[in-house]
Design a protein around this ligand. Structure first.
Ligand code: SF4
Length: 390
């Protein structure tokens, strides 16, 4: 392994150093931004960052290219916008993804808010970095979104599902579901955390006994939430660019969005961030944002590429430039992940083809796997790769 595992994600109060300066992650409330908040963030990106931002797979927004002074100014501005937590610890524990299609103030919305409140309270379960929740709505769209605990509404009541488990907890209503999810997180902390790290799936492998009140997971859900999703196939995002129940989804190559694009989007309505690195504009119809992906068949939507060089100090190659060159060669229905090192930040799941940089112009190819899996071909030069993608 030639990369550093940090075990935590950047936040607003705890930014992460990268090759292009500090990365500041904004964890919006339930993934929603009012137009004024989005415009203000775009202004911060212009004035304090490098004008580039990331839409992350945790449905957050990252400012890039800040220095220490800019970071201080940015956090003060975020506090004024109501987008800052009280402490880095509270910020890290408030790791809740809500379905971007969940109606505002509906049951799923309220469940996600209740979890966020509980996880930032003084008596919150002390979960490790990266431990997170996903709150789905009806119809569910977050089955492919990694989460340690997920909440799923049923025809009557809710299921609370631990990642990697073959059982679930039940609840009659959203408030009870949120409470049970937080109690499940507390149950996890009693044995699931080692050296400050841990994930639910690993805990259940070691200690498969379920807590009191658990029911066996219905077979129909076992297929949707396989016990070991890490070994599951590459899956397409459930929602591509186009109309959505509450607005219009726009795609952005590699989840990269500029301050100008965010300004244009903010002028059209409130925004929802999604775990598919797409942006939903509430109430919009066929919005025109320069450089956004509108065509659901655009092969760039099936390509994952991390920041790579020069933005990431661990990167061995400029992977986004290569990913753009390779996208037109990708056969329909196939996915590609180009990673600057074996850490694989851009995509946790498998891809039809995964390229891992081993030097500025050398890549290992893994078929139907992920970075870290055994490579089928090693040391490929970029011009040898296109025929291998068909
Ligand atoms: S996967 Fe990419 S972004 Fe992540 S550490 Fe490696 S080079 Fe950097």
């Amino acid at each position: 392994m030639n990369f550093e595992i940090k075990g935590w994600c950047p936040g607003a109060l705890r930014p992460m150093a990268s090759g292009d300066g500090l990365v500041l992650r904004i964890r919006t409330r339930n993934g929603r931004l009012e137009p004024g908040q989005a415009q203000a963030i775009a202004d911060l990106s212009w004035s304090l960052g490098n004008g580039m931002m990331d839409l992350t797979s945790r449905a957050n927004l990252q400012l890039r290219g800040l220095d220490a002074r800019g970071h201080g100014k940015a956090t003060a501005a975020l506090a004024r916008l109501g987008l800052l937590d009280d402490s880095p610890e509270a910020e890290a524990r408030r790791n809740v993804i809500l379905s971007p299609f969940a109606p505002q103030d509906g049951a799923a919305w309220q469940a996600a808010e209740a979890i966020a409140r509980a996880m930032t309270a003084p008596d919150a379960p002390q979960v490790p970095g990266k431990f997170g929740f996903a709150v789905d709505a009806d119809p569910p769209v977050l089955a492919g979104t990694p989460a340690d605990i997920r909440l799923r509404p049923q025809a009557e009541g809710w299921l609370i599902l631990p990642d990697g488990g073959d059982w679930a907890l039940t609840a009659r209503h959203a408030a009870q579901a949120a409470g049970r999810a937080v109690e499940l997180a507390r149950w996890f902390t009693q044995g699931g955390v080692r050296d400050g790290r841990g994930r639910m799936r690993d805990h259940l492998r070691r200690s498969p006994a379920a807590p009191p009140g658990a029911i066996p997971l219905p077979p129909s859900l076992l297929s949707k939430y396989p016990c070991d999703r890490a070994a599951g196939p590459a899956s397409a995002d459930p929602a591509g660019p186009g109309p959505a129940p509450n607005g219009w989804l726009l795609g952005f190559a590699f989840g990269q969005i500029t301050a100008r694009q965010l300004t244009e989007a903010a002028a059209l309505g409130p925004l929802r961030l999604t775990p598919w690195r797409a942006l939903l504009i509430e109430g919009a119809s066929r919005p025109q944002i320069g450089g956004a992906i509108l065509d659901p068949s655009d092969p760039l939507l099936r390509v994952h590429a991390c920041t790579g060089a020069p933005g990431c100090p661990q990167a061995l190659a400029d992977v986004r430039a290569l990913a753009r060159r390779l996208a037109p060669h990708l056969a329909p229905g196939r996915s590609l992940h180009v990673s600057g090192c074996a850490k694989g930040c851009a995509h946790q799941g498998a891809a039809s083809a995964t390229l891992v940089a081993t030097g500025p112009d050398r890549f290992d190819l893994i078929r139907d796997g992920r970075p870290g899996d055994p490579a089928g071909l090693a040391g490929l030069a970029p011009d040898r790769i296109p025929p291998l993608l068909r």
